[in-house]
Design a protein around this ligand. Structure first.
Ligand SMILES: [Zn+2]
Ligand SMILES: [Zn+2]
Length: 73
């Protein structure tokens, strides 16, 4: 079960659960700008590669609400 984090760990911008975001295997979460332009698809925390976060269907989000816990490094 993915944690859908609500913000970019790099710039702290809000990330809606259905917006474009990038995650690594440890679920470090970044906005598209940071993932692509700043980090070049590499997670700055763990050095894993960043992939597009899948977007959950609406029914799924109702059942498992997106995380509201902000993670900032
Ligand atoms: Zn960002
Ligand atoms: Zn990471």
């Amino acid at each position: 079960m993915l944690q859908l984090r609500p913000s970019c760990e790099s710039c702290n911008n809000n990330l809606a659960a259905d917006s474009t975001a990038y995650i690594c295997t440890f679920e470090c979460t970044f906005c598209e700008d940071c993932a692509v332009k700043v980090h070049n698809y590499l997670c700055p925390n763990c050095r894993g590669n960043l992939e597009r976060r899948p977007i959950s269907p609406k029914e799924f989000l109702d059942q498992y609400p997106a995380s509201t816990k902000r993670v900032v490094k």
